[in-house]
Write a protein that binds this ligand. Structure first.
Ligand SMILES: *Cc1c(COP(=O)(O)O)cnc(C)c1O
Length: 421
């Protein structure tokens, strides 16, 4: 459920009519609903309410400072995957003890940064990384708390680019080698094992692959404990999917996920961490764009928008489907016709949807891409020298620009021409 609904024939974000925001900010822009973000966090923390847990928002989904502050104010932790994300989380007021550091390629510099500023744990993904962390922590005279990310070799049944739990993926250590690697961790100075980490992929629409992976984690917990390791924390990753298309079956709810976690891991006396990104932010955001032209092709109509693949790359990158709705509610019974919905960027990949049925549209009309709050703004670029688009947050009847649109000069002046040129 989200808070983007028609009222009196106009799409609202909570209690603000979207045309008001468009008039004030200019299109295109990202628009987020604070109430939806809060609700999604609450759903997760309630779903795990049967035991000690921490919801660590995977901030790569949407790392705007205002979003992070909103999450942190409710008590959320953060899952970060780079030094930049770590510093962003700290800048938004997230204490180090609520930050978990994931990622296959942490540099020593990033390790130092996190050890200095405080960190809940590193989710270590390889033996060379563990050796590097041991060196960094020892040199700093400190100890790094770690989990080791295991790759359970489970098919997450999601898009290949976002599946991470098969042996062919670059992530984690093979679960079959876990005993060996945990023994090595116990020998290394400057390292303290606190648990196990797993993350099998993103946009999962079925609980079965999670359950399979978590059963393997349960077995591994018992085995590692019998081998003398302290396993008191289980980081279960993120990955729960969201309904992008209304016609699809709804993915499982956090409540069902929480019950499954309790059934598979609830008797192990461990603190549970989860790292949801998409489910927190995805349906809490939309992208609002304006129609520039309706172009009649030979055998189709093109709806040319002022938003493009550089603003929202998911359709081009993952063949992703986003619902597209008109900001003015279509009158009942109006005839829908198919449009190819495209942006102005100079490549055919700049196509949001093909043959999408929409009510009649004209230049100047506003449309909204739903489910654009996660992996939208954070993946945007300035390809074709299109400045990054602004982000706006609505909270009840108020809204604020939380990232402003850079001017053309700001964009151009980031470059420097060498004096010898
Ligand atoms: C991307 C990622 C997540 C979040 O995945 P979602 O599908 O957005 O929930 C969580 N943990 C790790 C390690 C990730 O890489």
């Amino acid at each position: 459920m989200d808070h983007f609904l028609y009222r009196d024939g106009t799409l609202h974000a909570e209690n603000v009519p979207i045309p008001d925001i468009a008039a004030s900010v200019g299109t295109p822009f990202y628009l987020y609903s604070a109430a939806t973000l809060r609700r999604h966090y609450q759903l997760f923390t309630e779903a795990l309410g049967w035991g000690p847990h921490l919801v660590c928002y995977a901030m790569k989904a949407n790392s705007n400072q205002a979003i992070l502050k909103l999450m942190a104010d409710m008590g959320a932790g953060m899952d970060v995957v780079s030094g930049g994300e770590y510093l962003r989380a700290r800048a938004a007021g997230v204490p180090g003890e609520r930050i978990v550091f994931s990622g296959v390629g942490k540099t020593k510099e990033e390790m130092r940064l996190a050890l200095e500023g405080g960190v809940r744990q590193f989710n270590v993904e390889s033996e060379p990384e563990m050796a590097a962390l041991s060196q960094v922590a020892t040199a700093m005279g400190t100890t790094a708390p770690i989990t080791i990310r295991v790759n359970p070799d489970v098919d997450a049944k999601t898009h290949a680019k976002i599946a991470t739990g098969k042996s062919e993926n670059k992530f984690g250590i093979p679960i079959s080698r876990a005993s060996e690697v945990y023994a090595e961790a116990a020998r290394l100075p400057g390292i303290e094992v606190v648990g196990i980490d797993v993350h099998i992929g993103s946009q999962l629409t079925d609980l079965a692959p999670f359950e399979l992976a978590y059963q393997k984690v349960a077995d591994l917990t018992r085995r590692l404990r019998s081998e003398g390791h302290t396993i008191r924390r289980l980081d279960l990753g993120g990955g729960l999917g969201i309904p992008y298309a209304r016609s699809n079956l709804a993915p499982p709810l956090p409540t069902e996920y929480g019950r499954m976690v309790q059934a598979t891991l609830g008797d192990l006396d461990c603190e549970i961490e989860i790292e949801p990104g998409r489910l927190i932010a995805g349906n809490a955001g939309i992208l609002v764009a304006e129609v520039i032209y309706v172009k009649e092709g030979e055998d189709r109509k093109f709806l040319i928008l002022d938003a493009a693949m550089n603003d929202l790359i998911r359709p081009a990158m993952y063949d992703a489907h986003h619902e597209i709705v008109t900001v003015i509610e279509p009158s009942p019974g109006v005839e829908q016709t198919p449009y190819d919905v495209v942006g102005p960027v100079c490549e055919s990949g700049d196509t949001f949807a093909r043959a999408r049925d929409l009510p009649p549209l004209r230049a100047g009309d506003l449309v909204a891409f739903r489910s654009a709050g996660a992996y939208g703004a954070v993946m945007a670029s300035e390809y074709n020298s299109r400045p990054l688009i602004p982000e706006v947050l609505v909270d009840d009847d108020q809204f604020a620009v939380i990232r402003k649109r850079p001017s053309f000069d700001e964009m151009i002046n980031r470059d420097t021409i060498p004096e010898w040129l």
